[in-house]
Write a protein that binds this ligand. Structure first.
Ligand SMILES: [Zn+2]
Length: 397
């Protein structure tokens, strides 16, 4: 038996009942790969660390990563970033993709990530090279990382129904999830309707880039919620970004979020990329670009925070550490107390990815931990507090 003494376990990741006060600490014991007991320590025992389950990153772009030194950075212009990556995509080879994606996976692994979902651009008529490379890497990493992928296409491409069906069939056969990028498109509802028809016909989950901008009139999120309900696709849809929600009147935003809750849609905030791409670049920015996480949670929407782009024209900085994204999200969206939002990078994305373990720590769960130096949520907001040891499959890494 192995034992960790006096661990602070945030209530957001507890899968066990405890009458101990919120700040209580616990002794956690395990045998082999599974937790056996979690027992409260005597009142007043000082915490020796903050214990989390291993992390889950719900939204990445492994095909674009580590390109910024060749593309340059888009300095806040999303559509410029899309052009920059489109040009660079022409140069992608299997070897280059493998090297960059592998570098991303290594970084995830070292951060304490156990599962991740990446979007892969799918623009042309052929299946992109990145899908094959990812599929190889998924096999290679299967004992360490649970990897899911989503096709990322511009919504307008779904107007070409023959092309879209061919693409969706290949996504299905390669074990992917269907996705697209939606922003104030003409005939938005009709085009989204074809996406939902393909998803329901082929039994595919959906993951959208939606309303990634600060225009009040963006209606993608709301339309997706309505179509999810109309097609009975509850629990099968994830929406990332939804920046526009932050500039819409609060009553309207709450109304949309109510629909999301009803449709069991997961909402993913991407603080790093939103802070970089949204808001002014010609003067000091005032708008933050992050979606309404607080209201979403109040309305009962499953909320996640993820890393999104790393070292590409969309976000030239960054790293593959969900806890960095969490800490930025806490500051951008005034999420308090911070520890109550640690489920956004653990339990909530695990549920959205339908992983076998939802990430709640409890007797019987995997002994897969991230042990932080922090003794509480406030310290976890500091770089020193986020120093960590990772326990996976019976070993400290
Ligand atoms: Zn993204």
């Amino acid at each position: 038996m192995t034992l960790l003494q006096a661990m602070y376990i945030p209530p957001a990741v507890r899968g066990f009942e405890s009458t101990a006060p919120a700040g209580a600490v616990f002794d956690v014991a395990w045998v082999g790969e599974h937790v056996t007991t979690i027992e409260p320590c005597a009142p007043g025992t000082e915490a020796q660390g903050l214990l989390l389950p291993t992390l889950v990153d719900l939204h990445l772009h492994l095909d674009k990563t580590h390109t910024v030194h060749e593309t340059g950075a888009a300095n806040g212009d999303l559509f410029r970033a899309i052009e920059m990556i489109a040009q660079h995509r022409e140069t992608w080879t299997e070897a280059d993709l493998r090297r960059r994606m592998e570098r991303g996976l290594q970084a995830c692994w070292r951060s304490g990530v156990r599962a991740l979902r990446t979007h892969l651009d799918w623009m042309g008529s052929e299946r992109p090279l990145s899908v094959k490379v990812l599929s190889d890497l998924r096999t290679q990493w299967r004992d360490r990382l649970d990897i899911q992928w989503v096709s990322l296409t511009a919504l307008d491409q779904f107007d070409n129904t023959t092309w879209a069906r061919g693409m969706a069939l290949q996504v299905k056969s390669m074990g992917g999830i269907l996705g697209c990028f939606i922003y104030r498109n003409d005939a938005l509802k009709r085009k989204l309707q074809s996406v939902f028809e393909l998803a329901t016909e082929l039994d595919l989950d959906l993951d959208f880039h939606v309303d990634e901008g600060l225009d009040v009139d963006a209606q993608g999120l709301r339309t997706i919620a309505e179509l999810t309900l109309a097609h009975g696709w509850q629990g099968r849809v994830v929406c990332g970004h939804a920046c526009s929600l932050s500039v819409q009147p609060i009553e309207q935003a709450r109304d949309t979020l109510g629909l999301l809750a009803q449709a069991n849609i997961t909402l993913t905030a991407l603080p790093t990329t939103n802070l970089y791409l949204q808001g002014s670049w010609s003067e000091t920015p005032v708008q933050r670009g992050i979606t309404r996480l607080q209201e979403a949670r109040q309305m009962g929407v499953r909320t996640c925070i993820a890393s999104d782009n790393v070292a590409d024209p969309f976000f030239p900085y960054g790293c593959y550490d969900p806890l960095e994204a969490w800490a930025l999200g806490v500051q951008m969206a005034h999420l308090a107390p911070a520890q109550d939002w640690l489920d956004t990078v653990t339990v909530a994305p695990a549920q959205a990815m339908k992983l076998a373990w939802d990430g709640r720590l409890a007797p019987g769960c995997p002994a897969d931990f991230v042990l932080l130096s922090a003794h509480d949520g406030l310290q976890a907001m500091t770089p020193a507090g986020r120093h960590r040891r990772i326990h996976r499959q019976g070993h400290w890494l």
